[in-house]
Design a protein around this ligand. Structure first.
Ligand SMILES: Nc1ncnc2c1ncn2[C@@H]1O[C@H](COP(=O)(O)OP(=O)(O)OP(=O)(O)O)[C@@H](O)[C@H]1O
Ligand SMILES: Cc1ncsc1CCO
Ligand SMILES: [Mg+2]
Length: 271
């Protein structure tokens, strides 16, 4: 299994390189996501005008596509950006927010996935199960399943699209084909702040930008950083409001000592 120190080096790589991450994301989370990217040392840009998709992807280290607040114009932006990522061989991360909640979301997801296979898909359990057609149940953008329940679906999606799949939850599972790594950090209070899953996907994009193709390890490192920062923040927070503030500070201030002492990794057999 990957060593905590190796993962820490990926945190440092993001801080040192400061990659630009191009996000096409939802109205709800744009500000939190941009601030979280800055806190880990990356540079965010949120953009969706058709006219600038090619230029923006060409200067970015990674593209993150999040379907949280969809409309037809944005879908075309997403397709243009994904095609440019394909042409320039840049990593792209898909956050299938609300997969299964509407027929429109499902149709768009199929279009995006067939435009070019993502490097990583990061979603909650219900979203990943919807992508694998193993369940149609969701509660909008929130999961009604545990991440363990989505493991078989995650493996199926990874095999179908030949990409890394991360299912978040109490334990985050990072799945690539038959390799499954669990990250059991985090706090239940994280589910009471909107868009921390979207933040996880954006940070995964930053880690992929400096990963030189090692997207599984990049995703494990990003999810461990999310979880540990969430734990550190929850220890100081009085509720969701202050969790959000302490979370950004924890992302920014986290040390190798915190990271290595707190990380909870596990290896799992194929399901
Ligand atoms: N019960 C839990 N215990 C600990 N950590 C959790 C728990 N549930 C979620 N997390 C952490 O919260 C973060 C967001 O994951 P979550 O599964 O809530 O995403 P999501 O449903 O896509 O969120 P959103 O749609 O609001 O962006 C991840 O880093 C995950 O590890
Ligand atoms: C609440 C919400 N609705 C659409 S996107 C979003 C942010 C969390 O996914
Ligand atoms: Mg989500």
């Amino acid at each position: 299994m990957v060593q905590p120190k190796q993962l820490w080096h990926r945190v440092l790589a993001v801080r040192n390189a400061g990659p630009l991450v191009h996000n096409i994301t939802n109205y709800v989370v744009m500000n939190n996501t941009a601030n979280a990217l800055l806190a880990v040392g990356a540079s965010p840009v949120m953009a969706h005008a058709h006219e600038e998709m090619n230029d923006m992807v060409s200067i970015a280290g990674a593209l993150v596509v999040n379907i949280g607040t969809l409309d037809a114009y944005w879908v075309e932006s997403m397709q243009k950006a994904i095609l440019q990522a394909k042409n320039l061989q840049k990593p792209w991360v898909l956050d299938p927010v609300g997969a299964g909640a509407s027929a429109y979301r499902n149709t768009v997801l199929i279009q995006l996935l067939h435009t070019h296979t993502p490097s990583v898909i990061r979603g909650n359990a219900s979203e990943i199960m919807s992508l694998a057609h193993t369940s149609a149940a969701t509660k909008g953008v929130d999961s009604v399943h545990t991440s363990e329940q989505a493991l078989r679906a995650a493996a199926a999606v990874s095999n179908t699209f030949d990409c890394v799949v991360c299912v978040s939850g109490e334990t985050d599972f990072i799945v690539y084909k038959d390799t499954i790594t669990g990250v059991s950090n985090g706090s239940p209070l994280m589910t009471r702040v909107t868009g921390l899953g979207c933040t996880a996907s954006a940070i995964t994009g930053a880690f992929c930008a400096v990963a030189e193709g090692h997207y599984t390890e990049a995703t494990i490192a990003a999810m461990a950083l999310m979880g540990i920062a969430g734990e550190l923040a929850a220890e100081k927070a009085a509720g969701p409001g202050t969790l959000q503030l302490h979370f950004l500070d924890a992302l920014y201030n986290i040390t190798e000592e915190d990271f290595v002492a707190r990380i909870k990794l596990s290896a799992h057999d194929a399901v």
